[in-house]
Design a binder for this molecule. Structure first.
Ligand SMILES: [Zn+2]
Ligand SMILES: [Zn+2]
Length: 334
């Protein structure tokens, strides 16, 4: 039976109804009946071919929640009807140094869910079962969907870059990623500061877990916050004063770039040299980290704040993300 979905037929175009024939179910594949799919900024970059990796028709959607509707002959780990999720990645070699260490997100042969395959703005999807994750009962489908990409993207750096509960963590940009970073860092035990150019976001930033709030466009407030952080999430890379952000770090502090906009970073070398500060980045997370992240979210009640719209209104939902009106993540439902 063909799979109905929404696709961009060329770069920068609106999505249109599209369908494809999935063929025979492979022995390691799972078919998922999709109930929910989040919209990530990466979907917009893929639709527009900002990274030069897109092929068309392009079906976006890599924050997928649904139930197992079919499973290949060699799949033992998941049962029919089980609630599962799929994130940014649908494949990896499973044999390289990184895959063996549980860092499949760093595999040089990693396969993104929506590149070279069709994504989750659809009624169904088929994915290698290695990249299908069981969803803890405590998490609701709509509010867990964005954790499959956005959540693991902010959780992974806490683990990968040695953040500990005694550290002071900042989050700049209180949007789709930022509101999740605040929740994860606070639940991790850190002292958390939210930075936003929008003073009106203070109350919500504090509800998400920020113990402190700094208006990032206020030079005096930024100067007062100098050398106060061990780790800083930069959830956007557009229009950032990178030297001002480095100035927020204590010696040995790390600035972690998560935004995927193709813009250059301009920094002075002195804060890096004098204080052994680091600029780093991180993409999604490996399979083990994904499972840890979901368990951690269930234990601490972490959930995305979402606006839900029907799949048929995908273009309107994308427009809300593109214009930064989503509070804080859009989720499409079937
Ligand atoms: Zn994403
Ligand atoms: Zn690999």
């Amino acid at each position: 039976m063909p799979i109905a979905c929404w696709a961009a037929m060329a770069a920068k175009e609106s999505l249109r109804p599209f369908q494809y024939e999935p063929g025979a179910l492979e022995s390691r594949e799972i078919e998922i009946s999709i109930t929910h799919c989040g919209i990530c900024h990466s979907d917009l970059h893929l639709i527009d071919n900002d990274w030069g990796i897109s092929s068309y028709p392009l079906v976006p959607g890599h924050e997928i929640i649904g139930t197992v509707s079919a499973r290949g002959a060699n799949v033992k780990s998941l049962r029919l009807g089980q609630r599962v999720g799929v994130g940014w990645q649908r494949g990896a070699c499973l044999e390289c140094d990184y895959c063996v260490r549980g860092e499949e997100n760093l595999c040089l042969q990693a396969v993104p869910t929506c590149v070279g395959g069709y994504g989750g703005f659809a009624t169904r999807i088929r994915v290698d079962s290695h990249f299908v994750f069981s969803i803890p009962d405590a998490l609701e489908s709509a509010t867990v969907a964005p954790l499959l990409c956005g959540g693991v993207t902010v959780f992974t750096p806490l683990r990968a870059f040695g953040v500990t509960p005694v550290m002071r963590v900042g989050v700049i940009g209180i949007g789709g990623l930022g509101h999740l970073a605040l929740q994860f860092a606070r639940a991790y035990g850190c002292e958390v500061t939210a930075f936003s150019s929008t003073p009106a976001k203070e109350q919500e930033a504090r509800q998400f877990g920020g113990q402190h709030f700094v208006v990032s466009s206020d030079a005096q407030a930024m100067a007062k916050a100098a050398a106060s952080l061990d780790f800083l999430f930069a959830t956007t890379s557009v229009g950032m004063d990178w030297n001002a952000l480095l100035n927020l770090l204590r010696p040995k502090g790390k600035l972690c770039v998560l935004g995927g906009a193709p813009v250059p970073l301009t920094v002075s070398p002195f804060p890096l040299v004098l204080g052994q500060r680091t600029i780093c980045g991180s993409p999604v997370g490996g399979r083990a980290t994904m499972t840890e992240m979901l368990d951690f979210a269930a234990r601490h009640g972490i959930k995305a704040k979402v606006e839900v719209m029907p799949l048929a209104e995908a273009n309107a939902a994308i427009a809300r993300v593109a214009s930064n009106r989503a509070r804080y993540r859009m989720v499409l439902v079937n």
